[in-house]
Design a protein around this ligand. Structure first.
Ligand code: ZN
Ligand code: FE
Length: 255
């Protein structure tokens, strides 16, 4: 339970449960405690999500999809059939995400009970990809745009688009917790160390990640203020990193 461990004793107006799915996906349950409203983020598959919901005694009224990939939407239909919840996702993905009841663009809000999330359009991994920031919960649901110590594969966007997306997320407050779509942190750390071998903060984080994974613990969520110091994809405009990858004056090329 995140409320018992990773998030520590921070005041958490939102209760957030991490549900491992498929081989390395994370689905999230978000509960706004005053109203009891519950949302599911990116249900890769229905079964583990439903087990987690039953264990908590929670009934979702909303599913949020960050992007159209199957490992983020394939649980939608079964959960909607069981719970009658609504589905919200990116406006530009109407053709690729079936059954959306609400679509959102940059600057729109997604409401869970009394809590409002701000929508950022963050293309790059896919053309229509949204990330949602809940300021009240210090929580960023980044899908496959921003990973801990990495970012998603650039399937549909350009480097300029992807970099612009990451700049938006990087600007959020230090205490924002990154809830991303996959447990890729350990391999991200290896890549990060290969391009940024002299970064002491990165080395310290990589050691902590090894320790957590050896114990079978998730590395997610991670604090944005920490990731910003160690994630090479948030540091493409940092002169030392750009120089180390041979692109001293060009953040986009370094990216
Ligand atoms: Zn994806
Ligand atoms: Fe994914």
């Amino acid at each position: 339970h995140l409320s018992d461990s990773a998030v520590g004793d921070m005041p958490m107006p939102l209760e957030i449960e991490l549900v491992p799915a498929l081989s390395d996906n994370y689905v999230y349950l978000i509960r706004e405690p005053v109203s009891g409203a519950v949302a599911v983020v990116d249900p890769a598959e229905a079964a583990p999500v439903d087990i987690a919901l039953l264990a908590k005694g929670w009934e979702p009224s909303l599913i949020i999809n960050t992007h159209h990939h199957g490992d983020h939407i394939d649980g939608n239909a079964e959960l909607i059939a069981k719970y009658g919840c609504k589905l919200v996702g990116p406006t530009s993905e109407k053709a690729r995400i079936p059954g959306m009841d609400q679509t959102v663009r940059e600057g729109d809000e997604i409401t869970i009970g009394n809590e409002r999330g701000m929508v950022f359009e963050t293309p790059g991994h896919t053309k229509g990809h949204i990330s949602v920031h809940f300021p009240g919960g210090n929580a960023l649901f980044a899908g496959d745009t921003l990973f801990v110590l990495g970012c998603g594969r650039m399937f549909e966007g350009t480097p300029e688009e992807f970099w612009t997306s990451l700049e938006k997320l990087r600007a959020l407050p230090d205490d924002t917790m990154i809830f991303c779509g996959h447990e890729y942190t350990q391999s991200n750390a290896k890549f990060a160390l290969s391009v940024d071998p002299n970064n002491a903060e990165l080395k310290a984080q990589a050691a902590e990640i090894e320790r957590k994974r050896a114990q079978g613990l998730p590395t997610v969520p991670a604090r944005l203020g920490d990731d910003r110091k160690a994630n090479p994809f948030l540091r493409a405009d940092d002169p030392s990193l750009a120089a180390s990858v041979g692109q001293p004056d060009n953040a986009i090329a370094a990216f």
